[in-house]
Design a protein around this ligand. Structure first.
Ligand SMILES: [Zn+2]
Length: 186
């Protein structure tokens, strides 16, 4: 599979981001990797050496890179693609599954009534449900929510960002999961 990504972590062991195999290869070749975890399952073909042999680099799925330790927990971007994955592409009012083009971001406490654009105030909703609810609270519209919205942790965001997570990476990220298991999402 070509779209597998490498999980970059910092020297304290905190996940940082997904990087491409090419980026990981360059970090390895430039001696920036402090340590690596997991079965070396990603293979990259390097240049042809003087001996005529093409070099092969085996990458681990998780690499720790030197550098500053950042606090990520604060900034979890609220983007529809992650929101819809959080809600499993299910309309949180009627319970049906939709393609992401048919979903909208519904503000539970409507924006016109002062509701914030926050992870804990938004859910995936199909267009008809969003329209039916209008600028009302779920109670007023008699449209109870099917699940309580949550703000993902940074590890959960990384999970929502990647569709092809390897077992070793999943095992690593799981340590930072808070809501996904309760919701039966993993
Ligand atoms: Zn709906």
């Amino acid at each position: 599979m070509s779209n597998l990504a490498v999980l970059k972590i910092d020297k304290s062991g905190q996940p940082v981001r997904w990087i491409t195999k090419e980026m990981a290869t360059s970090l390895v070749c430039n001696g920036k990797v402090l340590w690596a975890f997991g079965d070396q399952c990603l293979t990259m073909r390097g240049g042809v050496q003087k001996t005529g042999v093409r070099s092969i680099i085996h990458l681990s799925p998780i690499i720790a890179v030197d550098g500053s330790i950042k606090k990520h927990a604060i900034n979890i971007p609220l983007m529809n693609k992650y929101l819809f994955r959080r809600d499993q592409h299910m309309c949180m009012y009627c319970g049906q599954i939709f393609h992401r083009n048919e979903l909208t971001r519904d503000h539970i406490h409507p924006r016109s009534l002062g509701g914030g654009d926050l992870w804990t105030n938004v859910v995936a909703a199909c267009k008809p449900c969003n329209q039916r609810k209008g600028a009302r609270l779920p109670e007023e519209a008699r449209m109870p929510l099917l699940a309580v919205p949550f703000k993902p942790t940074f590890s959960e965001l990384l999970y929502l960002q990647n569709h092809n997570i390897l077992e070793d990476q999943m095992h690593y990220l799981r340590k930072g999961f808070k809501h996904l298991e309760k919701r039966g999402l993993v």
